[in-house]
Design a binder for this molecule. Structure first.
Ligand code: HEM
Length: 127
């Protein structure tokens, strides 16, 4: 009954593949390297849990870690406008690489774009 949840449209396998490819790009992105841990295994595990519930799937993140409070959890890191753009560009490349296309990609990317803007907590440093 009703429309399928976005999580059901993408499916667990493709969502996990997208996130793994995404963090392999993050680990090579010069602006992002300084704020992420060297080992992204646990980061990717939590992001799989988070994005599952973000797309309407089971509440895997909340069950293990409590309310996401996503902006608060990013406060320890300087998220500048250019880091938000770098994060989104890694995501676009990952979406290209796993072959996410069409309406679902537009929908998902737009939500990530809005959430990324919301995570910005530090103005751009003057050159
Ligand atoms: C954690 C950066 C956007 C979801 C983190 C961490 C960093 C970070 C440095 C900590 C990694 C760790 O210690 O394991 C950024 C930057 C962003 C951004 C620079 C650019 C705007 C987003 C967006 C989402 C998101 C758009 C969700 C759609 C998460 C989650 C965690 C996380 C779920 C794990 C939180 C936890 O520790 O439980 N992010 N992030 N982030 N981020 Fe982001």
């Amino acid at each position: 009954e009703g429309n399928p949840k976005p999580y059901e449209v993408i499916g667990e396998e493709l969502l996990h593949r997208l996130i793994d490819v995404f963090y392999s790009k993050v680990s090579k992105q010069p602006e992002l390297i300084p704020i992420f841990p060297d080992d992204l295994t646990e980061t990717a595990r939590k992001q799989k849990q988070f994005m599952t519930q973000y797309l309407g799937g089971p509440l895997l993140y909340t069950n293990e870690h409590g309310h996401p409070m996503l902006r608060a959890r990013h406060i320890p890191f300087e998220v500048t406008p250019s880091r938000a753009e770098a994060w989104l560009s890694c995501m676009r490349e990952a979406m290209d690489e796993v072959g996410l296309k069409g309406e679902f990609r537009e929908f998902f990317y737009h939500r990530l774009y809005l959430t990324a803007q919301h995570m910005i907590n530090t103005p751009e440093k003057d050159e």
